[in-house]
Design a binder for this molecule. Structure first.
Ligand code: ADP
Ligand code: MG
Length: 559
């Protein structure tokens, strides 16, 4: 028997993995249990598509065995198992996921809630073990194989005996060191709590022999210990549980378990809708922007389950584009399983769910804005642009959903404010909502055009995103107040007598203005005297629909 080397990359990865990817060692159990559950799902899937295989729910389970004296922890499953080749492929190459391949191969048929996809989870076992032994017999094979590895040094594979189809993983738990304890991973209570924490909704029973005590037969006070097999997980998926049973930690765990993000979400929304359409959903508002969020690669969508079975990983139709940052899942009994993906897109039920979800997200964001301003600002800094794009696209038809979720920097408050806050403190004589567009707050502060408006004591909203002015144009007005750029030629402020004076001045300097216009040629349309300047000698203003800033943005766009 020769010792095979892990591929070079694998070696380095394994080192990285063991030392840094996971902060909590305890997740090794979650990973191995997920793999076991995936393996059972695969048999279940095969049974659905192959009549010669039967699936009897009672035969499928995951079993945990802890042996303190020998320092071993076993994770046993009655799943699909691995052939020798599959062991080589999936356990010998890090970042190679047999489960992902399985999902891809079966892409056209209904998917399942197979968790694996990254091909790294298995190696987390080395965080707590010196030796990992995998004995597995694949479905349809009589021969079992034993894979064994002590970590970075490579692995061995040899034939061995196993009576039943499935996989048995044995971890030789590390000895305690000065700063790290590993004993805990052999403790019953600890194993129980890790499973409860991470794997409670695994759909197959996770069993373990637990120690209990009872009164000795015939005795009134003498107790004896005995073991009893117990199922440690409740198997009910988190979304089918009562909100009152769940803690923030449960929701956070589900978020990371599902790989919705590496952050911890700002808010979760647990919906249990009944009535015209019944569905359950858990949605999250992330804290941090995914690195690819504003790129073409980013795919929006929610996981869609029909009666507990995953049918789509990213159902885009469930989320409007402007809420594309929302993560989560929807489960409905009203969607029939055999419905094709295409039909699903036009499904009336799905539309109803989407509409319902949209309003739930809206109210959640409004609630965040109202009750936790700091968090909302954090949220807005990540995803505000998306809301503004939402307003701009579809010609402002999402106005009702979005206008109260917007924030803009205010000249008065020196922080982000809502349109409602702006309008509610407008002086009576102020007719418009004023804004100034520019590259940054500092640059807008220096704009001569802001002077007159600021001098009147009016608040100015600073538009620093390219999309701001375009979005606001779609709104046209807010609470019957129209928006006005400080660089527009008619600010709606100048009093009549001032205008006349300005006409007089215009006459006076006509020669100078003509000379200036000649000099600037095509760069400006006219040169005239302005009443709005205080400390600055000159400023630009625009006539017509497009503001100077909008023209700049449009010019910068590729044709
Ligand atoms: P992932 O689960 O993301 O695919 P892992 O590193 O956890 O990655 O596992 C790698 C692969 O090894 C899995 O995709 C699967 O093909 C195989 N595997 C791991 N554990 C088992 C198991 N208990 N039964 C069958 N196959 C398994
Ligand atoms: Mg895995």
């Amino acid at each position: 028997m020769t010792v095979k080397q892990f591929q070079a990359e694998s070696k380095r990865l394994l080192d990285l993995m063991v030392n840094s990817i996971y902060t909590h060692k305890e997740i090794f159990l979650r990973e191995l249990i997920s793999n076991a559950s995936d393996a059972i799902d695969k048999i279940y899937y095969k049974a659905l598509t192959d009549e010669s295989i039967s699936f009897n729910q009672a035969d499928y389970f995951i079993k945990i065995e802890a042996d303190k004296p020998n320092r071993t922890l076993k994770i046993i499953d009655s799943g699909i198992g691995m052939t020798q080749a599959e062991m080589e492929e999936n356990l010998g190459v890090i970042a190679k996921s047999g489960s992902l391949a399985f999902k891809k191969e079966n892409e056209l048929k209904d998917g399942f809630d197979i968790i694996g996809q990254f091909g790294v989870g298995f190696y987390s076992a080395f965080m707590v073990s010196d030796v990992v032994t995998v004995i597995s017999r694949a479905l349809g094979s009589d021969q079992a194989y034993k894979w064994e590895s002590q970590g970075a040094d490579g692995y061995t594979i040899e034939p061995c005996a196993k009576d039943t189809v499935g996989t048995e993983i044995t971890l030789k738990i590390k000895a305690n060191t000065e700063d790290e304890s590993y004993d805990e991973f052999l403790e019953e209570y600890r194993i129980k709590s890790i499973i409860k924490k991470y794997s409670d909704f695994i759909r197959y029973p996770i069993k373990m022999d637990v120690t209990k005590s009872r009164l000795k037969e015939g005795s009134e006070e003498e107790y004896e210990q005995y073991t009893e097999e117990q199922t440690l997980n409740s198997m009910v998926p988190i979304w089918k549980k009562n909100k009152s049973e769940l803690t923030k930690e449960d929701y956070d765990n589900f978020y990371s378990e599902k790989h919705f993000g590496f952050d911890s979400p700002l808010r979760h929304i647990h919906i249990n809708a009944e009535g015209t359409i019944s569905y359950k959903a858990i949605l999250y508002i992330p804290e941090k922007m995914p690195f690819d969020f504003y790129t073409k690669e980013y795919e929006k969508g929610l996981e869609l389950y029909a009666n507990g079975v995953l049918i789509m990983n990213k159902c885009a139709d469930l989320l409007p584009d402007y809420f594309s940052f929302v993560k989560g899942m929807v489960d409905s009994e009203d969607l029939s399983l055999n419905i094709s993906r295409e039909l699903l897109q036009h499904d009336r039920q799905l539309k109803l769910i989407a509409k319902n979800i949209k309003s739930k997200i809206k109210s959640e964001l409004e609630d965040l804005l109202k009750n936790d301003r700091d968090q909302y600002v954090e949220f807005f800094q990540s995803f505000g642009k998306q809301l503004k794009y939402g307003l701009y696209s579809d010609f402002g038809s999402h106005k009702d959903v979005l206008q109260d979720l917007l924030l803009f920097y205010s000249s008065k408050e020196k922080k982000l404010v809502t349109l409602d806050e702006y309008v509610s403190r407008m002086p009576e004589d102020q007719k418009f909502i004023y804004y100034a567009a520019g590259d940054s707050i500092e640059r807008i502060d220096k704009l001569p055009q802001t002077e007159l408006v600021a001098d009147k004591g009016y608040e100015i909203l600073y538009f620093t995103d390219d999309v701001d002015e375009f979005a606001i144009r779609m709104l046209r007005s807010y609470k019957e107040k129209e928006f006005k750029s400080v660089s527009s030629s008619d600010l709606g402020i100048e009093a009549e007598e001032n205008k006349e004076a300005s006409d007089a001045e215009k006459q006076e300097n006509q020669e100078l203005f003509t000379a200036m216009k000649d000099l600037l040629a095509d760069k400006v349309k006219t040169v005239k005297a302005s009443k709005r300047l205080k400390q600055h000698p000159v400023c630009l203003s625009n006539e017509g629909e497009l503001s100077i800033e909008m023209e700049k943005v449009l010019k910068a766009m590729p044709n």
